[in-house]
Design a protein around this ligand. Structure first.
Ligand code: FAD
Ligand code: NAD
Length: 474
């Protein structure tokens, strides 16, 4: 210990106060552990400060403005006068409420909070450098540690994010003025969600995507719907082109792209959003000191109890690799604390859902038919198109479908793909069905309120059994 240092001891040290870290800390507190949570930047991590929450606030608000202006078929003729700065201010208010809530919840559960950057010194000690110059540092002796240091945007060569013209997602969510034009590099989760926001607010958006379609990993009939709608919103796609670099042009940027055949193109825009993926932040807390070496792709390997290769050291959330989703981080954080407290908790990602908050939304959970076959099931598939849902029509949102997959013989629900309004909410019912070992008959036998979108889930399940009332059975 350095002379003059403060030294404290804790049963559970949590490094990082995002969804993974604060879930571990709060759950640890609930279980009676003496917990210390160290956060270097802002409680709530990426999710609350520059990820899920601010993006969903802007998605909702831009969707509202756009919907008001495009409701002529309902006899509504209106103009939305959007004050971009006020809109961003409202979003910031939402973020502040939630990040403040994290601190309050941690404190209410007896978690000791330290603001600073933690680094391991050895298998039982970490040093925390307090934020700000001259703020000093302290040593924390721990029995168990949870590494929840999250992830950061991948930077591509030739694109140094300068917060001015070249933005990462955090910058794009905090702009002070609405750009007239935006070039989005990457048509994945962030590229699709944020290009929808800006297109709906009136920005001219071009998406440059290295692959031949948006949202890699999602089925074609799912991405077709989302891409078609994005094009309808005026978003222009340049597929099969990888961004290679940029130069200044007319106060903005000229983005250079290259196809696989070596053909080059340029696109000029006021701003450029680079959204080509995120990488685990496994280099912020000196893992070497505890003998943990990140895998080749940079994440910390863990077992189903969130344990790393080092005794007493756990890792959760984005730093522990895919799925890099906030709800996966919450679960992993919870499991880590329970394992530390001696409970028999284990991770099981078979019913971890995913949602993309595009227009329309996508929700997925469990297996698709192909995946089910690969796992040795004989799958049966049921579908309900949104155009057959009374509720979807009353919302003016008839594009999309619910597709449910089950085991033919037993009827056990195995998964679903949903595209349509509130798909991110609807998918929860199928997740619960999988978790509970429910069969198609259980979903069909559950009386759903009419008229609701959730009826479409039950109708898809009925369709798989040949008993749907509101769509033609196969
Ligand atoms: P993080 O939230 O990244 O938190 C890590 C924390 O650790 C940070 O606060 C950091 O400051 C701190 N830290 C790092 N090193 C140290 C150190 N040495 N000492 C102390 N503190 C340290 N996921 C979804 O499920 N749904 C969505 O809708 C969604 N939308 C997203 C939108 C965007 C634009 C982005 C960028 C991400 C989105 N995500 C979404 C992903 C989600 O944000 C992450 O999966 C989630 O935040 C991971 O949580 P985490 O706790 O692992 O890490
Ligand atoms: P992503 O992996 O979803 O998409 C990145 C895209 O960039 C890919 O389609 C890839 O082909 C493309 N790309 C890579 N290099 C390129 C280049 N040089 N030129 C053109 N295209 C290029 O990554 P993301 O959109 O940055 O999101 C990161 C992560 O954040 C996601 O994987 C997810 O874990 C999380 N996230 C989740 C949500 C949600 O749950 N709704 C929302 C946003 C982000």
């Amino acid at each position: 210990m350095v002379v003059g240092d403060i030294s404290t001891g804790t049963e559970l040290l949590v490094i990082g106060g995002g969804p993974g870290g604060y879930a571990a800390a709060i759950r640890g507190g609930q279980l009676g552990l003496d917990v210390t949570l160290v956060e270097a930047d802002a409680y709530g991590g990426t999710c609350l400060n520059e990820g899920c929450i601010p993006s969903k606030a802007l998605i909702h608000a831009s969707g509202l403005a756009h919907a008001v202006e495009h409701a002529e078929s309902m006899g509504i003729h209106a103009r939305a006068d959007v004050d971009f700065q006020e809109l961003v201010g409202w979003k910031d208010g939402v973020v502040d409420r939630l990040t403040g809530g994290v601190e309050t919840l941690c404190e209410a559960n007896g978690v000791n909070l330290i603001e600073g950057r933690a680094e391991f010194v050895d298998g039982g000690t970490a040093r925390v450098a307090h934020g700000g110059e001259g703020q000093g540092s302290e040593s924390v002796e721990f029995e168990h540690a949870v590494v929840a240091t999250g992830s950061r945007p991948i930077e591509i060569p030739g694109f140094d994010v300068d917060d001015e013209r070249i933005l990462d997602s955090g910058d794009a969510l905090s702009l002070e003025t609405l750009p007239e034009s935006l070039c989005v590099v990457g048509g994945g989760y962030i590229g699709m969600e944020l290009s929808t926001v800006f297109a709906k607010l009136g920005t001219d958006v071009t998406v440059v995507e290295a692959l031949e379609d948006v949202l890699p990993g999602y089925d074609d009939d799912v991405t077709d719907i989302v891409r078609d709608r994005a094009e309808e919103l005026g978003i222009e796609f340049r597929f099969g082109e990888a961004a290679r670099g940029w130069t200044e042009a007319d106060g903005g940027a000229r983005v250079e792209t290259e196809t696989e055949d070596g053909e080059t193109n340029t696109y000029t825009a006021e701003r450029v959003l680079v959204a080509v993926g995120r990488e685990p932040a496994a280099d912020t807390c000196d893992l070497e000191a505890v003998g943990v070496e990140p895998s080749e792709d940079g994440h910390i390997e863990t077992d189903d109890a969130t344990r790393t290769a080092a005794e007493g050291v756990h890792a959760v959330g984005d730093v522990a690799g895919e799925p890099m989703l906030a709800h996966a981080a919450y679960r992993e954080g919870r499991v880590a604390a329970e394992v530390v407290a001696g409970e028999p908790a284990r991770l099981d990602h078979q019913a971890t859902p995913a949602a993309v908050f595009t227009d329309p939304e996508i929700g997925t959970v469990g297996l698709d038919a192909e995946g089910a076959e690969a796992e040795g099931f004989d799958p049966v598939v049921g579908e309900m198109p949104m155009r057959s849902s009374g509720r979807a029509l009353t919302l003016g949102a008839e594009t999309g479908f619910v597709r449910i997959v089950a085991d033919r013989e037993t009827g056990f629900v195995l998964g679903a793909r949903i595209v349509g309004p509130e798909a991110s909410e609807l998918i929860a019912e199928v997740g619960l069905a999988i978790e509970m070992g429910a069969r198609l008959g259980d979903v069909v036998g559950t009386i759903h309120v009419h008229p609701t979108l959730s009826e479409a889930v039950a109708e898809a399940a009925a369709n798989a059994r040949g008993t749907a009332l509101h769509t033609t059975n196969r």
